[in-house]
Design a protein around this ligand. Structure first.
Ligand code: IMP
Length: 179
């Protein structure tokens, strides 16, 4: 794995190698297949961060998964309602489907809580969370993720889809902020 990378004003050190990612994602795919083979699952990959993870995971799945890329958009509603969250990019009805949300990282869990409440309104048969990374010390989400790649410590990470100020997403491995 290459050495330290500099992005904007910060430096990052190698943290999770490409081969570790590949190895772990293979196991995640096997676990997902074991649960969803024959169930016509629909995967929702959350943009932008989950694009690389979703792409590699998909190549390994055998459960004939359907895929949509979604994004959470938060806009100003009327004064009485305040900010309104909306899930954009959904191309298919989720009613009575088995839905798996693919995320890059669960940090505080605020984003996932929003996504889950928006998805529940669609009345799917089930909703599962598949996240490449979780920071257990900061995660306060209401929903326990069923499929997790790696538990990591609290430091900021980039690469493999994750960004620091919109840079670093192209790195094929994960790097951690050097403090
Ligand atoms: P949460 O709502 O706090 O769980 O944060 C979710 C989103 O914040 C993720 O989908 C990422 O886009 C971003 N995020 C959180 N922690 C990191 C990190 O360490 N590196 C890059 N992005 C992060």
């Amino acid at each position: 794995m290459s050495a330290t990378v500099k992005i904007h004003d910060l430096s990052f050190a190698p943290y999770i190698t490409q081969s570790k990612l590949e190895e772990r994602i293979k196991v995640l795919a096997q676990n997902l297949d074991a649960q969803f083979l024959g169930k016509d699952p629909v995967f929702l990959a959350v943009l932008n961060g989950a694009f690389m993870f979703a792409s590699d995971l998909f190549k390994m799945l055998k459960c004939q998964p359907e895929l949509s890329f979604v994004k959470v958009s938060s806009y100003m509603g009327t004064q009485s309602t305040g900010r309104v969250d909306e899930l954009i990019g959904l191309q298919t009805s989720l009613k009575d489907r088995h839905v798996i949300v693919i995320e890059d990282i669960l940090d505080t869990g605020v984003t996932m809580d929003k996504i889950m409440s928006l998805l529940q309104a669609e009345q799917p048969a089930s909703i599962s969370i598949c996240a490449l990374l979780i920071k257990p010390n900061t995660y306060m989400g209401k929903y326990a993720p069923q499929f997790i790649g790696f538990e990591i410590d609290d430091a900021f990470v980039v690469g493999y889809g994750l960004d620091y100020k919109e840079r670093g997403r192209e790195l094929p491995a994960i790097y951690q902020l050097i403090k």
